[in-house]
Design a protein around this ligand. Structure first.
Ligand SMILES: C[S@@+](CC[C@H](N)C(=O)[O-])C[C@H]1O[C@@H](n2cnc3c(N)ncnc32)[C@H](O)[C@@H]1O
Length: 265
């Protein structure tokens, strides 16, 4: 408890990250990882294998950028540091341990940024139409640019629209229809993909593309999917990840994800 309070106090955060609870989510994610490590192992191994296969196929391994690095449960820091000379981690919040490692190793750089450029505009949203307009505007902007031998989008794509959707739901005081949410998720994902494609270097993406909720009798209650065009990418693999078995996120349902991995061609 004392350690956690210290972590809350000492982790560097931006006003935006504080406002939208990213520090709290980051610490919760780490706790969930420790509780569910056994269930997550096949997923983590797939991510590591794909990372190593892709890295080994490169003509040189000087630099790597990982977007959505979080705690690096999927591609551990030691693997990144052993494989590449320069490692850049990009996220809206970095855990304290990565700040400490970056102080120790000049080969490790942290970039703290909102990869959607939407978070500081959320309080201006009054309707779904405002969010659609914002997503359309952002689709025409250059949101980020990185150059590296390998650029990884690490289980980030499906997360990008969550806070914007949440902000609109709170403002209009109704739950959005799934079809309405899918349109926004697709827009945010495609804008991310467009910016990623413009980066210089080989790209590796893995992301959840489908979510499956099952009730106590293991019957499917809900399946969600947002369509995205991966033109210019080759599908490497797909697998299922038991993110939260029954009683982890809820006593009434389990949550499983279908993950897809792609590499730029
Ligand atoms: C599911 S986690 C990724 C897991 C991570 N790859 C790992 O190995 O543990 C998603 C990450 O995306 C980050 N994120 C969400 N929205 C973001 C945004 N708009 N800009 C930058 N990072 C964002 C979150 O802070 C979180 O760390």
């Amino acid at each position: 408890m004392i350690l956690e309070s210290l972590e809350f106090l000492l982790t560097p955060t931006t006003p935006i990250a504080r406002k939208y609870g990213f520090l709290y989510s980051s610490i919760s994610l780490r706790h969930r990882y420790h509780r569910q490590k056994k269930n997550w192992l096949p997923h983590l191994k797939n991510c590591q294998d794909l990372f190593l296969e892709t890295a080994n196929s490169l003509p040189q391994r000087k630099s790597v950028v990982v977007m959505g690095s979080a705690h690096l449960h999927e591609i551990p820091l030691h693997l990144l540091m052993d494989t590449f000379e320069q490692v850049t981690l990009v996220d809206v919040i970095h855990p304290l341990k990565h700040h400490l490692q970056a102080k120790r190793y000049s080969r490790l750089k942290l970039v703290t940024m909102d990869l959607t450029n939407a978070l500081d505009k959320l309080q201006e949203l009054n309707s779904l139409e405002d969010l659609n307009n914002l997503a359309t505007k952002l689709a025409g902007e250059k949101l980020f640019h990185f150059e590296a031998d390998l650029i990884v989008s690490a289980n980030l794509m499906s997360q990008l629209a969550l806070l914007p959707l949440d902000a609109v739901e709170k403002k209009i005081k109704r739950t959005l229809e799934l079809t309405e949410k899918d349109v926004i998720c697709t827009q945010f994902a495609e804008t991310h993909l467009k910016n990623l494609s413009a980066c210089k270097g080989t790209k590796l993406i893995y992301s959840d593309r489908e979510v499956i909720y099952r009730d106590k009798s293991n019957e499917i209650m809900y399946t969600g999917h947002y369509p995205v065009s991966f033109t210019g990418y080759k599908k490497l693999k797909e697998w299922y990840w038991m993110l939260a078995p029954l009683k982890e996120a809820s006593k009434d349902y389990s949550i499983e994800m279908k993950i897809e991995a792609y590499k730029s061609t």
